[in-house]
Ligand binder design. Sequence first.
Ligand code: AP5
Length: 216
Amino acid sequence: MVNVILLGPPGAGKGTQAKRMVDDRAMVQLSTGDMLREAKTSGTAMGLMVAAVMDRGDLVTDEIVIGLIAEKLETENAGGFIFDGFPRTLAQADALGELLTAKDLNLDAVIEMKVDDAALVARITGRFTCGVCGEVYHDSTRPTKLVGQCDNCSSHDLKRRADDTEEALRIRLMEYYKKTSPLIGYYYAKGALVSVDGLAPMDDVTSAIGKILPKA
Ligand code: AP5
């Protein structure tokens, strides 16, 4: 069982690579962004509370996201967990350490996906995803084979995110540098950090990650 964190700014390719790891290695993707978007559409009190925060590009409170992850770790049974977009603050990193220890789980690697801010605007503003299976696409770098239809599940429910605008991206990046990038030093000091070039073509990033993880 392998447990990894994918760490990187918005658009670094965390979700894209996490989905490939799920397909290739039967791991479970724990994306706090996906969980919060699900809560948003469910119309629950928590969903309503986080909607405006997310659309603006700010971070949701530690308490909410730690609660979501704690619940998943109780209910999901995996060949390993991929933490995608979590932790994002030092408090979340400490909480994850405690949750893993309590479940007698190891953290095998923290994979930092290094990218250049200039590439992120094009990546974020061109992104769309399948509303049914979650496959991630891009207008120019990864279009669907048939216009308007998901390659994976043939759904026509292709969506763009409300926070995928240049304005929200500026705030998301600021949040990343202020609150999340200190985790690079945090995990480096623990000897867990490995970096990959997130600007490389998708398949090259997948193979760089494959070299870090034990064979599936
Ligand atoms: P979240 O959903 O986690 O968004 P994010 O971290 O901003 O990351 P993204 O999903 O935008 O990017 P990604 O790295 O997954 O890139 P992707 O693979 O899609 O969070 C959203 C919001 O939720 C936050 O702003 C916050 O409000 C809240 N939230 C979530 N977690 C939280 C937490 N822990 N604490 C507090 N608040 C939290 O790729 C992007 C595009 O690039 C795609 O179109 C893809 O096709 C393309 N692409 C990917 N890789 C490549 C490549 N190698 N070459 C060319 N194109 C590529």
